[in-house]
Design a protein around this ligand. Structure first.
Ligand code: SF4
Length: 385
């Protein structure tokens, strides 16, 4: 590799979007995914998957010179359902390792559906270098799983976690969904209790968002979804329930045991750089944002990424950092932008603090839990002063 510009940050992350799903489309899902038409399991098995893997390998190799001597300290395979690729994932990780300098102890994650991951695949992936797994649990209540169109049961989640541990995964994350049709605070607590009983290191809890283009969007009036106040109550109750189990909230929707915060996702919220591969994957690299459009065939055909302008501005940094419980630290903001917390209007800060939406210490600004609920409007107030 050529020598690097001394001003480059020393590390960078890699994200690979795996667009295959076994079950078509979940009714709430807004991620880019295509129904997998091949065999589910360890073998790559189907021709389009093979062409996809070759295309990601092509782009990983082509971009390697850009990374220069920067070390890769996080690799994340998201989807879709990356676990469906089975040993194809190991092949892609091998390609990353062959072309980039992976830091010792780097966090290497793949997302999995509890229904489509077995012990042999887990063992193979652990041996090939993966050390973190993120499982889409969503709920432990069958009627909520049915409403979400999920094919797995809570038993499948339990088996997947047990198999992952047996295969040597110590760093396991479970995703939960809040404000699912029919969910009550009692049933939410049931899901939190069940998740915590499996002792994952990390729990994510996302409020269901009905996005345009999803099946839920077309029928949203029939879903009987909670209104804003009920959503806020559910969110605050979920934060409390998860924290009671010993997980520390470090981001709006993320909770972890100490030292098990998602290093890859922290990269996004810290406004640090990453390279994305695969259809619909975004990158922030060398101060620029760019992405591959949705479209598997276009990606395979080698269509180049679309440029999306400069990244890493002060406003972007404020928006992203305020998602974190630690918020913005004065010295770090000064180091990166030459201006610290004095950037913010004192009057706006005072009134947000009085409303219990932010915490303002002389050296740090962060949102409270109540503030997390209305983060977008707080951020606009702070930025567009
Ligand atoms: S399995 Fe995940 S990525 Fe696939 S359709 Fe369902 S929610 Fe979307």
């Amino acid at each position: 590799m050529e020598s690097c510009n001394a001003t480059c940050p020393p590390q960078v992350g890699i994200y690979v979007h795996v667009p295959f799903c076994a079950q078509g489309k979940c009714p709430y899902c807004d991620f880019y995914s295509v129904k997998m038409s091949g065999e589910v399991g360890r073998e790559v098995g189907c021709e389009v998957q093979e062409r996809y893997i070759e295309s990601v390998e092509r782009d990983l190799q082509a971009r390697a010179k850009d990374a220069c001597s920067r070390e890769i300290n996080t690799v994340y395979f998201g989807g879709g359902t990356p676990s469906l690729l089975g040993e194809g994932l190991a092949r892609l990780l091998f390609c990353v390792a062959e072309n980039y300098k992976i830091e010792k102890g780097a966090e290497i994650t793949f997302e999995a559906n509890p229904k489509t991951i077995d012990y042999d695949t887990l063992l193979l992936l652990r041996k090939s270098g993966f050390n973190r797994i993120s499982l889409g649990m969503q709920s432990a209540v069958q009627k909520e799983l049915d409403a979400l169109g999920r094919r797995h049961t809570k038993e499948d989640v339990k088996i997947a976690v047990e198999n992952a541990k047996k295969a040597g995964f110590d760093n396991i994350s479970l995703d939960l969904m809040l404000c699912v049709p029919g969910q009550t605070q009692k049933s939410m607590r049931e899901s939190v209790d069940f998740a915590a009983s499996l002792s994952p290191r990390h729990i994510s809890a996302y409020i269901l968002k009905v996005e345009k283009g999803t099946r839920y969007f077309d029928i949203k009036d029939t879903l009987n979804l909670p209104d804003d106040d009920a959503q806020a109550d559910m969110y605050l109750a979920a934060c409390e329930a998860i924290e009671e189990k010993g997980y520390n909230q470090y981001e709006i929707s993320n909770f972890a045991e100490a030292g098990f915060e998602s290093q890859h996702n922290l990269r996004y919220w810290n406004c640090d750089e990453y390279l994305g591969f695969g259809p619909a994957a975004h990158s922030f690299f060398a101060g620029r944002r760019f992405y591959y459009p949705r479209g598997l065939e276009e990606y395979i055909a080698g269509n180049p990424p679309v440029q999306d302008g400069d990244g890493g501005s002060l406003k972007e940094y404020i928006m992203l950092r305020l998602r974190l419980s630690t918020g913005i630290e004065d010295a770090e903001m000064k180091r990166r932008f030459g201006v610290g917390l004095s950037f913010f209007d004192k009057g706006v800060i005072g009134s947000l603090e009085k409303s219990g939406l932010i915490k303002y210490l002389p050296k740090r600004l962060s949102l409270t839990k109540k503030g997390f609920l209305v983060s977008n409007s707080i951020i606009s107030e702070l930025i567009f002063r």
